[in-house]
Ligand binder design. Structure first.
Ligand code: RB5
Length: 147
């Protein structure tokens, strides 16, 4: 799968670990930055390009990491066509895709360690949108709010 990753300084270390693990697992990884640890950087500078790439179909899924995951989630959801969620449990990592067609997972680099983050990543990437009528109906109602 083609997977985009992005992080600010708060998520940089975890993003680097995930990038390496995704590559080792055979995924095609696109890194939207940050490319180095810069304590003064701003998560929208990396998360918005990632989210835009997901919305354009340039990557299949996105992973956005900041300190808490909150800012990354807020930023990603401003991009039309992106359905991002802050996820720190395995159930939501796959159910968010199955029911809600989540296409960007947001993680807190200061909240979860690599082992849990990798379990979340695998659950997220292995899941597919079920696409039932009720799921599509709900997403269509959300889409009416997108400008
Ligand atoms: C940056 O220090 C921090 O605020 C950011 O990574 C993130 O946690 C925001 O939600």
């Amino acid at each position: 799968m083609k997977v985009g990753v992005a992080a600010d300084h708060g998520g940089f270390e975890l993003k680097e670990e995930l990038r390496r693990a995704l590559g080792d697992a055979g995924h095609d990884v696109v890194d939207y930055g940050a490319r180095r640890l810069e304590p003064g950087d701003d998560y929208p500078d990396f998360v918005i390009p990632l989210a835009t790439a997901v919305a354009r179909g340039e990557v299949n899924r996105g992973m956005a990491v900041c300190g808490s995951g909150v800012g990354a989630c807020v930023a990603a959801n401003k991009v039309r066509g992106v359905r991002a969620a802050l996820i720190h449990d395995v159930f939501s990592a796959h159910q968010g895709v199955e029911d809600d067609d989540m296409n960007v997972i947001c993680l807190g680099g200061r909240v979860v360690g690599f082992s849990l983050a990798w379990d979340l990543t695998q659950a997220f990437l292995d899941a597919s949108f079920i696409g039932g009528e009720r799921h599509r109906r709900r997403l269509a109602k959300i889409s009416t709010q997108e400008l």
